[in-house]
Ligand binder design. Structure first.
Ligand SMILES: [Zn+2]
Ligand SMILES: [Zn+2]
Length: 283
């Protein structure tokens, strides 16, 4: 949370082949900030990050003018799973990703807390807080743990500001954990950020419950589904139910200038237009 004073714009990009390809791929899209998977998102053991790998990643960041890097945790993470194997595996992988992120000089690593469908909401919340404690136990790296707001499908946790606040308040080192916003997830969770009034009210609520200073980054995605429909479905900017105005408001909002914004729109040829639009809105 130290040097977040200027908004960098970027996208989730491929790190296929080598982690050092991520800054190069990001730069070719015009990214100032990048996000990538540092390991196979569906599962499987990653290749360890050697000192040499870390150095070539950081050289690639400099050479390609990319200012900030984020790691997105793999999809199978569930801190609230009823299965010990999945819960313990999730804690181990998230800690490993934090350590890998620290080696690479990444600013943060965002993850989705998971689903409480097999344990119930109350127990799920307890398990998430317990998981956060175990991930952070003895951690001394520089890559910040970030909880991402979810769209709240089924029993997916972390879809309300109240839930996020509970996680941060409940964890022993919660004051060191940040939040990754996602425009589509928030909209699908029922936060109408498509009008100035809606965005102002949403951020006021967020500030009262969580604190705007806890926001580190946000995913910038339009939504295939309507307000409060609780589905995680990204769309290109201006082509979904949120509309372009929502992103102009978001990018120009004075209260959000300390965030980095990351596109997670479909990985096709229209992403260049998404990137161009984001930049065109910037103050
Ligand atoms: Zn995510
Ligand atoms: Zn999503």
């Amino acid at each position: 949370m130290d040097n977040h004073h200027f908004m960098f714009l970027g996208a989730h990009i491929s790190a296929a082949g080598s982690l050092a390809n991520a800054p190069k791929n990001g730069a070719s899209l015009g990214c100032e900030a990048i996000q990538f998977f540092s390991r196979p998102p569906q599962g499987g053991k990653p290749k360890p990050v050697s000192d040499e790998d870390a150095a070539s990643f950081q050289t690639a960041m400099r050479d390609h003018g990319v200012k900030r890097a984020y790691i997105h945790a793999p999809y199978f993470i569930n801190l609230a799973s009823s299965e010990n194997r999945i819960r313990h595996g999730s804690v181990a992988v998230l800690r490993e990703e934090l350590e890998r992120g620290s080696q690479l000089g990444a600013a943060g690593m965002m993850f989705h807390p998971g689903s409480s469908k097999n344990v119930g909401r109350k127990e799920g919340e307890r398990l998430v807080i317990d998981g956060l404690d175990r991930i952070m136990e003895g951690y001394g790296g520089s890559c910040q743990l970030l909880i991402e707001i979810s769209a709240g499908a089924g029993m997916v946790m972390g879809d309300t500001f109240e839930a996020l606040a509970m996680f941060l308040d409940g964890a022993r080192r919660g004051s060191e954990i940040g939040i990754c916003f996602d425009t589509q997830h928030a909209f699908a969770s029922g936060y109408d950020i498509t009008t100035k009034k809606g965005l102002d009210e949403t951020l006021e609520t967020f500030n009262a419950l969580v604190g705007l200073d806890r926001l580190v980054a946000s995913h910038c995605n339009d939504s295939k589904v309507g307000l409060g429909e609780h589905k995680d479905r990204h769309e290109h900017l201006g082509e979904g139910k949120m509309g372009l105005r929502a992103f102009e408001l978001f990018v120009t909002c004075p209260k959000l200038q300390h965030l980095d914004l990351i596109l997670e729109t479909p990985m096709d040829e229209k992403r260049e237009e998404d990137m161009r639009l984001l930049k065109s809105f910037r103050l």
